[in-house]
Structures are given as structure tokens and as C-alpha cells.
Design a protein around this ligand. Structure first.
Ligand SMILES: Cc1cc2nc3c(=O)[nH]c(=O)nc-3n(C[C@H](O)[C@H](O)[C@H](O)COP(=O)(O)O)c2cc1C
Length: 336
């Protein structure tokens, strides 16, 4: 087995595979199995401000009625249980005590002071790092992109100045220029960027003519966006990169590392295939490294990044034009 150890968020991980924030963290026995399978770290599911306010308002159910009073609060992840924040932090603490690998807490708030207060409380559970989950799902026309960015920058600055443990920020890809936002957050000393949040979209049942919630697991092709930004950012910012979304096989994990990512986050593949799948992904990464005579991840990380490619064409506008101009060479309409 090749040496798969990496450093992420100042923590020594035994492998670059991190379990992304999800309900996989609901169950400690499940997490222990994932630990045994060789994952480097686990991001605990997000604590949402809705949970915090619900507890404070002593409402124990009916998120929909709550949303009507707070139109900006949209229910963004499936299976958002009504567990209060104290219960959440208690579980986080228990998980941290039960496992030996690093545990990262995740937080998604709306109000600036809530971000800071709960980041501090989360830190007090003993977690190794905190991931801010910036999931912006605009529903107001008058809110500008610049305002969203400014408020996120303020949250990053405030939280970073108040906590002592490393800070990761999980971003949406939907900014006019994600590089600009990342570069500005980088100046506040963010330790890692998680690229990217998977954005959930509504769906419609055409028979019933009603809205429906469907969860679609990622496919390998979904990894390309994170691959691009990981490649563009390698060696050009201070923070580390954790590539998320679409890491479904060992191949995507290797590609992400070649582009410059320090770690990859995996959720869909584990949901579908169980903990032993991580073992097989790691064995495949190791076999690939052996075949290439790489002894450690650092031997090849970033080799195919924008900074290291002699011709970084693949990361630029020229690639887009080239693909469209030459498309007739490899795509035949109707296969005629
Ligand atoms: C059931 C489920 C619950 C999730 N919950 C969270 C969450 O609480 N916080 C978060 O930041 N992401 C959450 N995610 C998103 C994942 O962390 C991840 O970003 C997304 O699934 C893309 O990774 P993948 O392609 O490996 O699935 C959730 C995903 C799933 C499938």
C-alpha cells in the first residue's frame, strides 16, 4: 500500500478521502465502520440556524409554517430533522469522543451573530475543525450578488477571528467569479475551501402536477467543476482545497489530487455502496500510485494544475472555444 497520508486543515489524515457532511454522520456505528475503512476525516452533518431558532422559539415541529414567517429561510436539505442545536452539539461531542480520526463540525446560519455564537459552541464540543456551509438560494430580486458576497466575507472574518481551530468554507459555485470570492476569503486566513456545495433544485411531478423532492446522487461527470477550480487554485492561494461533488470512483479522486486538491469529499458513493467501498477506492488509489512509482500523495498532487501545466489551455476560455469549434470532429448529430 502506498503512503496515502495527507495534511488537511493542519491535521494529519491517514488518507485523502473525507466523508462529506451528510446524514451518514447520524449513527456512530456507521461512522466507526467508515473509520475502519480508512477515511481520513468525517464532516458531521450541518447544524442549521432553523434548528437553533426552532429550539429558541420552543417550536418542535412544522417547519413549513415557520418558513412562512421567514420567507428567506428555505428548507435546503432533505431529512432536516427537528433536532435542536443542543442535541446536535451533544451528538457531535459523543462522535468526537468515540472516533480517533478528525471530526469536522459544519454550520449554516443566516444571522451574523448566530454564525459566530454557534461556531464557538461547536468548537467547545472538541471538534478538530469547523466547516462553514455557505448555501445561498436567493429568492429576492432586490438582493444583489455583491451584498451576498459582502455578508459572507463578514461572516468568515468574524468567525475566523473568534475560533482557535482551523476553518474550512464550503462554497456554492454560483458567483460571477468564484476565484475573486475565494481570493478575498483567503486573505482572512481560511484554512481550506470545499469546492463545491451541491445545489439542490426543485422538481415537478407531471402526473400529479405538484412539486416534488427528489434526491439525485452524483455521477462521475459532476466532478468536472470542482476539478477545474481545484486546478485553477492550486499554489495560487494560501488555503488548501477539498474537492467535493462527483467523486464517485478512485479515478475522480486521483484526478482531483492531480489537479491540486489536498483531499476529496465523498458522500453519494458511500450512500450507495457502503463503507467497504472506501477501502476499495483507497486500494485503487494505492495501486495507481504504485504503477506510477509515486510514494506519497505529495509526489503528484497538483501535477496537472494550472500553475504546473506548460500549456494551461484546459483551464482557460480557449478550451471552451476549441471544444465548440471542433465538436463536429467527435459528435455526429443523430449518429448519421
Ligand atoms: C442525504 C444528504 C445529506 C446532506 N447533508 C448535508 C449537510 O448537512 N451539509 C452539507 O454541507 N452538505 C450536505 N450534503 C451534501 C454533501 O456533503 C455533498 O456536498 C454532496 O452530496 C456532493 O458530494 P457527492 O457528490 O460525493 O455526493 C448532503 C448530501 C446528502 C446526499
Amino acid at each position: 500500500m502506498a503512503n496515502l497520508q495527507v495534511n488537511y486543515l493542519g491535521l494529519d489524515l491517514k488518507s485523502p478521502i473525507v466523508i462529506g457532511a451528510s446524514n451518514l454522520s447520524d449513527n456512530i456505528d456507521r461512522l466507526k465502520k467508515l473509520e475502519e475503512s480508512g477515511v481520513g476525516a468525517i464532516v458531521f452533518k450541518t447544524l442549521f440556524e432553523e434548528q437553533i431558532e426552532l429550539e429558541e422559539l420552543e417550536l418542535d415541529n412544522d417547519l413549513e409554517a415557520y418558513n412562512e414567517r421567514h420567507p428567506e429561510m428555505v428548507r435546503i436539505f432533505p431529512e432536516l430533522h427537528h433536532a435542536g442545536p443542543r442535541g446536535h452539539l451533544h451528538k457531535l461531542k459523543k462522535t468526537k469522543q468515540a472516533l480517533t480520526i478528525p471530526i469536522i463540525g459544519s454550520l449554516n446560519c443566516i444571522t451574523p451573530s448566530t454564525w459566530v455564537d454557534w461556531a464557538i459552541r461547536m468548537q467547545d464540543t472538541g471538534v478538530d475543525a469547523i466547516e462553514l456551509n455557505f448555501y445561498s438560494s436567493p429568492s429576492r430580486f432586490e438582493l444583489t450578488g455583491a451584498e451576498i458576497i459582502e455578508s459572507q466575507l463578514q461572516v468568515v472574518a468574524d468567525v475566523k477571528s473568534k475560533i482557535k481551530i482551523p476553518l474550512a468554507v464550503k462554497l456554492s459555485p454560483f458567483y460571477g467569479n468564484p476565484l475573486e470570492v475565494i481570493a478575498r476569503m483567503d486573505k482572512f486566513g481560511v484554512n481550506a475551501f470545499v469546492l463545491f456545495n451541491r445545489m439542490y433544485q426543485p422538481d415537478i411531478d407531471i402526473e400529479e402536477e405538484r412539486m416534488k423532492q427528489t434526491y439525485v446522487f452524483s455521477r462521475s461527470d459532476d466532478a468536472r467543476l470542482a476539478l477545474r477550480y481545484s486546478g485553477l487554485l492550486y499554489n495560487r492561494i494560501q488555503a488548501q482545497i477539498s474537492a467535493a461533488t462527483g467523486v464517485v470512483t478512485a479515478e475522480e479522486a486521483i484526478k482531483m489530487l492531480l489537479s491540486g486538491a489536498n483531499t476529496v469529499q465523498v458522500v453519494s458513493a458511500v450512500y450507495k455502496n457502503g463503507p467497504d467501498y472506501v477501502k476499495s477506492m483507497l486500494a485503487e488509489i494505492s495501486a495507481w500510485m504504485n504503477s506510477k512509482k509515486y510514494e506519497s500523495i505529495e509526489d503528484f498532487r497538483g501535477k496537472l494544475s494550472y500553475s504546473n501545466l506548460k500549456d494551461p489551455f484546459a483551464y482557460t476560455r480557449a478550451q471552451y472555444i476549441d471544444i465548440l469549434m471542433r465538436s463536429s470532429e467527435w459528435i455526429n448529430p443523430w449518429f448519421l
